[in-house]
Design a protein around this ligand. Structure first.
Ligand code: ADP
Ligand code: MG
Length: 686
């Protein structure tokens, strides 16, 4: 290939090497393995290849109507061919009486079969049976097409490459026992068959093999990171369960733990007793009771002589955590402190001193505050609430506060689909709470049109009369913040006209408000001073106002599923029946309709998360790590769930048996991993 086209290929498709070209997979194949008869063409025929004698051709029409028409004939009928472009060039290659092989998508004109712009070439008897493989068509770009590198022309390059390749050029990387168990074709064969399959079945087998390889290698890497941490990282040892934990558990725990809570505590207990650093992600649906798990873990730390910190994303949440932990611990000899941006200087000094001297056991605060200033005497456990991400840098800050790194427990804001968690967080240990405490009254969710707003407001009025509170949420879309800000203000005025002062009082929070005003308004709602909270999604995470029984979401079609679920999670937290009302306009996309439908159909955050993943794909899911972990070329965590499970299972089994990857059967894999080192995004993952 000349330098010009070579450069284009680099720029447009990132193809620099033979390996890149090999990994540029076709997006479809056309079947030229067969030569059909003209009589077989019918209205349903897709692409077809026929051979026949050229009996006639002529250029007809003028200017825009100018075209080249030709006819070929086999022993079953006549097919008309038409070209509107490249007439001169095509015409040069045509000769009456010669035999041609023709390929294209047929249509009918005046009841007669015809193909517009067919591919045409001189018929060579050797090709009488058609090509020996399905012809690949590759993704290309407009610029490449202009340089004669369209989807099929790229295939010519790949074909040439394959004529020079042998099986030894594409090393196997799967252990033979695994390949055998799942009938995966050899790597070379898979590459050959994904480009030039002899049959459609061979193509599918090739795709399966290569997808498995991708998922398997990813799982091996993620598990290696995790296992090596277990092996080589040193961590604080929580060797015993002592009085703090037991007294609280036996005397002050206000309810029975759910089985899920017990299981997760056990996982944490085992993990922290090993002498390596725990790095655990705890997933639980809204309301599944993560806070108490956090508290019991902190008591476990205290039993072993260590301090704990609990970090929340907002000041309100930190305050709420502090209040509920203080209440739960009021009979316990535990010192607990709240440290946020608004802690007064004198108080702050006292707290910092207490932490440095180890007279304070637990500190609750916002992420920033705890990370930046605090020096602990003896930090053993850091819990991060309502966040997926807790980056390397943040972790490092915590580590710098102690000689041994504290255990880290990250509690997520929203359930993550299992398959996504397996790939995006596979390097972390991971616990799931898929059970809600008993006795919850399920939230009823309904969809209403905006035209029914009056009725919805009247419904709110009856709930307020019963002494309850309500949220009314407006979408806030980043790009058009001004617009939604105006919407919000309008909405606020409207709500005020339904619920006039002084009979009613309303709080409002939104992203443009100064932080302290936001806090004040939020606090007024939390304390029951105001009955209605008008706001944007800034209220979405974690807030606990058990007396609120109605959640109205305006323009609900503009929200994503997980966001809707988070918002809905703000109600149904008390002993009263709660309602979520999704208001939408009448014009909705199908996808929006589907989202609303799912919200009305289920309260199960894990089901919603799966559906969200299906609708949006992994790239857009909130909190997803921007890492190589999800950039699969072929595999999809949405469509290849079963294969992913299989790859995970095999990867874990292999490492359990051979963590060094040094058994003879695994050497090809080891070699491959070493070759790939530094070539991928993987080095960036902590
Ligand atoms: P989340 O997982 O959303 O953070 P919380 O920890 O705030 O949930 O718990 C939600 C509510 O459920 C709290 O009022 C808490 O006291 C209560 N709760 C937690 N665990 C149980 C349980 N096992 N039985 C009954 N109520 C529980
Ligand atoms: Mg919580």
């Amino acid at each position: 290939m000349g330098p010009l086209r070579g450069d284009m290929l680099k720029k447009e498709l990132g193809i620099f090497t033979f390996a890149d070209l090999l990994n540029h997979f076709p997006n479809r194949h056309v079947d030229k393995t067969k030569v059909s008869k003209i009589r077989e063409i019918n209205l349903q025929t897709d692409y077809i290849q026929v051979a026949g004698t050229l009996i006639f051709f002529e250029v007809i029409g003028e200017q825009r109507g100018k075209r080249l028409v030709a006819q070929i004939k086999d022993d079953t009928g006549i097919l008309e061919l038409t070209w509107f472009q490249g007439i001169n060039w095509v015409q040069k290659g045509l000769q009456e009486g010669s035999d041609y092989l023709v390929f294209g998508k047929p249509g009918f004109f005046n009841g007669k079969p015809q193909i517009v712009h067919p591919e045409i070439e001189i018929f060579v008897p050797a090709k009488a049976g058609g090509k020996a493989f399905l012809e690949p068509v590759y993704p290309s770009t407009e610029k490449l097409k202009a340089r004669s590198l369209n989807g099929r022309q790229i295939g010519k390059l790949t074909y040439t490459l394959f004529t020079q390749l042998q099986a030894k050029d594409i090393d196997e990387n799967l252990p033979p026992d695994i390949a055998d168990r799942h009938q995966l074709m050899p790597r070379y064969e898979a590459y050959k068959s994904i480009h030039f399959p002899e049959t459609i079945e061979a193509y599918h087998s090739a795709v399966k093999r290569l997808k498995f390889e991708e998922l398997f290698i990813a799982q091996i890497r993620l598990n290696l990171v995790r296992l090596q941490r277990h092996q080589s990282s040193k961590g604080v040892v929580f060797s015993k369960v002592g009085n703090y934990f037991n007294d609280f558990y036996n005397l002050h725990l206000p309810f029975q733990l759910t089985n899920a809570q017990k299981r997760v505590l056990k996982e944490i207990r085992l993990d922290t007793a090993q002498g390596h650093q725990m790095n655990r992600l705890l997933q639980g649906d809204v309301g599944s009771g993560k806070t108490i798990v956090a508290l019991l873990s902190m008591l476990l730390a205290a039993d072993n002589g260590y301090q704990s910190c609990l970090m929340a994303p907002t000041e309100i949440l930190a305050q709420q955590h502090f209040a509920s932990l203080t209440a739960l611990l009021k009979e316990m000899p535990i010192e607990i402190a709240l440290l946020t941006g608004s802690t007064k200087v004198g108080q702050r000094r006292k707290i910092l001193k207490g932490l440095a001297e180890d007279s304070i056991h637990f500190v609750v605060g916002t992420h920033a505050v705890i990370e930046d200033v605090v020096q602990f005497k003896n930090l053993g456990l850091a819990i991060v609430d309502e966040q997926h991400r807790f980056g390397v840098a943040q972790r490092a800050k915590l580590w710098s506060k102690a000689s041994l790194p504290p255990h880290v427990l990250v509690m997520t804001a929203t359930p993550i689909p299992r398959t996504l968690a397996m790939t995006a967080y596979g390097d972390l240990d991971y616990s799931v709470m898929d059970e809600l405490p008993p006795g919850r009254i399920p939230i009823t969710t309904v969809h209403r049109s905006e035209t029914a707003r009056y009725k919805v407001m009247e419904f709110i009025r009856t709930e307020l009369t019963l002494g309850r509170q309500a949220y009314i949420i407006y979408p806030l879309i980043e790009e058009s913040e001004t617009l939604s800000y105006e919407d919000l203000m309008q909405g606020y005025e409207q709500v005020k006209s339904y619920f006039p002062e002084p009979r009613y009082s309303i709080s409002m929070v939104h992203g443009r408000m100064p932080v302290d005003q936001k806090e004040v308004n939020m606090q007024r709602f939390v304390s029951g001073d105001t009955q209605i909270m008008v706001g944007t999604t800034v209220i979405e995470v974690g807030v606990n106002v058990p007396n609120a029984s109605v959640m109205v979401i305006e323009s609900a079609e503009k929200f994503g599923l997980s966001q809707l679920h988070q918002l809905r999670g703000r109600v149904g937290r008390g002993s009263e029946k709660s309602f979520c009302i999704l208001l939408t306009g009448s014009k909705m996309s199908n996808e929006a309709r589907e989202r609303i439908h799912i919200m009305c159909a289920t309260n199960d955050g894990f089901k919603i998360a799966e559906k969200d993943l299906e609708l949006r794909g992994p790239g857009d899911i909130e909190g997803t790590r921007q890492s190589g972990a999800l950039n699969f070329k072929l595999a999809s965590i949405v469509n290849d769930k079963a294969l992913l499970e299989l790859a995970k299972y095999e990867a874990e089994k292999l490492l359990e048996e051979d963590i060094e990857i040094s058994l003879a059967k695994n050497l090809l894999l080891k070699h491959y991993l070493q070759m790939q080192k530094g070539k991928t995004e993987w080095s960036k993952i902590s």
